[in-house]
Ligand binder design. Structure first.
Ligand SMILES: *[C@@H]1O[C@H](CO)[C@@H](O)[C@H](O)[C@H]1NC(C)=O
Length: 513
């Protein structure tokens, strides 16, 4: 009765309470986080969203916790086009990301607002959804609130995350996390094994610090709630579910564990925002089609060398097509068919029937938008999963890859012309667009269903992979192998023993003869 009164008094909705932990100070990560907010609040749930980038126009069922101070920890110059072009910066060296993410999580979790939040006994959750990015330290929130853990991952599934809920894929034919490219020749495979060994070594090296951060971040809050903090390993391998920003239309047909669900494309709104009037006019009026050029939200186009920029502008000027270029500052003396915009509603541009080509860095959000609207792409991969994404688009036949700074610009210009003139790229893009759309339910519906399923089934233990219970030496049958070895040794010993006994007996016989 008291509870009833309390609930009515607090005006709690009958939805569940979800905690979303998206600590990465990057626009594309917040787009993914906000999409969770949108889908879950639309379904009537209460959401608390921990983020460094606060959502504008938050829905009524949302509460936000600002952890923006953590962004000060990331070196600002890290996303600089020039540095990628000169190879000064190589984020494909994945091991460099572990200490950065470790520090970011330490700063976020041990901040005053997070500690106050975790110590507040009023805070109760039915499940926590934690974004994975090269660290599992966020998993401890499930221990604080004594509720199921759900991972959210922003890329196609790979061994680095699948081993948290099942086991790694076979690296003989899959990329461990991501890479520049991959072929099955002996040298590539050797390189690959070497990079996996480096990653594993760095992970192993960071273990002690991880454990220390885990304890310092969570122990006090967990104990203040009368609970006991489990070990870091127990917690990080204990997720009920993993929701991946991936789909068969964008990725490869890997085998996947039951606890992994593909919800790629869930960030795209069903209703596309209208274009600003000037862009709408430009796009409607063209007869030759529109090329859209954008390097995404993280990389600033202004960090591109002037010479490269000018050559690209001259080339665009020579085309019949209209070009819309998303660029941070206005550019003077542009050819009449080239339009620079500081901000552009990307899905709305891609959705326009006149768009014939998308020139992109190849981030997965753009990738899904291009799939949704069936537009061919030229990718300029620079970091992260961009290489892997563009390689897949190239293999699927609706994309081409160009490495800025390492290939002559003439090659890029020829590729642009080829992709505009040759209809095969658009046809392939439309085929994969069909695959993107052809699902039983929309990705947003699926997201809500599985998250609710975890709460309804008390942590979905039925989805848990038995692989998590088997130690590595049993997976390689090393125990069986050792039993066989011991048996062989025993048999060999017995044969030897019998032989010597037999020999000595026959010797005795010979003598007596
Ligand atoms: C693992 O998850 C289940 C289901 O959410 C939960 O009941 C259990 O307490 C968790 N164990 C640890 C060690 O976190």
């Amino acid at each position: 009765m008291l509870f009833l009164v309390l609930f009515t008094f607090l005006g709690v909705s009958d939805g569940y309470n979800f905690l979303l932990f998206f600590p990465i100070p990057g626009k594309s990560h917040s787009i993914l986080g906000e999409a969770y907010v949108r889908h879950l609040t639309d379904a009537g749930h209460n959401v608390t969203y921990i983020t460094p980038l606060l959502m504008k126009n938050p829905p009524a069922l949302l509460r936000q916790i600002d952890v923006s101070h953590n962004a000060d920890l990331l070196p600002g110059s890290i996303f600089d086009v020039q540095k990628f072009m000169s190879k000064e910066l190589d984020l494909q060296e994945i091991q460099l990301l572990f200490p950065i993410m470790q520090e970011l999580l330490r700063a976020t979790l041990q901040s005053e607002q997070m500690q106050t939040f975790m110590h507040d006994p009023e805070e109760q959750y039915d499940a926590v959804i934690v974004e994975w990015l090269f660290t599992e330290l966020g998993a401890g929130l499930s221990s604080v609130f004594n509720c199921p853990l759900i991972w959210s991952t922003s890329t196609e599934p790979h061994s680095g995350i699948l081993e948290l809920i099942d086991e790694p894929l076979n690296i003989a034919y899959t990329i461990y996390i991501w890479g520049r490219g991959y072929s099955l020749d002996l040298y590539s495979r050797l390189q690959h094994v070497w990079s996996v060994m480096k990653i594993k070594y760095y992970q192993w090296q960071g273990q002690d610090i991880d454990n220390e951060i885990f304890i310092n971040s969570y122990k006090s809050a967990v104990e203040s709630r009368g609970l006991k903090l489990p070990s870091y390993d127990e917690v990080k391998y204990n997720a009920s579910l993993m929701l991946g920003n991936s789909h068969i239309s964008s990725g490869d047909a890997h085998r996947l564990p039951q606890a992994y669900k593909m919800i790629g494309g869930y960030h795209i709104k069903d209703k596309i925002d209208p274009l600003p009037a000037d862009l709408q006019k430009i796009m409607d009026e063209t007869h030759e089609g529109v090329i859209y050029f954008s390097l995404g939200t993280m990389l600033k186009g202004t960090t591109m060398p002037n010479k490269t920029r000018n050559e690209i502008i001259t080339f665009f000027g020579s085309l019949k097509q209209t070009v819309i270029w998303k660029y941070e500052t206005p550019i003077s003396n542009l050819p009449p068919n080239v339009h620079v915009v500081q901000w552009a509603p990307q899905p709305s541009i891609l959705a326009h029937p006149n768009t014939v080509l998308f020139m992109t860095h190849g981030g997965l959000l753009s990738f899904f938008e291009t799939l949704k609207f069936g537009v061919p792409i030229i990718g300029f991969p620079m970091f992260g999963d961009q290489f892997t994404n563009i390689n897949r688009a190239q293999k699927k036949g609706f994309g081409k890859r160009f490495i800025l700074g390492q290939e002559p610009l003439e090659k890029l210009f020829e590729t642009v012309k080829d992709m505009i003139e040759n209809p095969k790229y658009r046809e392939r893009a439309k085929e994969f667009s069909l695959i993107f759309h052809d699902r039983p339910v929309s990705p947003g519906t699926e997201l809500v269903h599985w998250v609710e399923h975890v709460v309804r089934s008390q942590g979905a233990p039925h989805l848990r992979s038995p692989a998590l219970m088997v130690p590595w030496y049993q997976k390689c049958y090393l125990d069986l192998l050792s039993v066989i070895l011991v048996l062989i040794l025993i048999v060999a010993y017995l044969i030897r023993k019998l032989y010597t006994i037999f020999m000595s007996k026959s010797m005795v016989k010979k003598k007596t003869n």
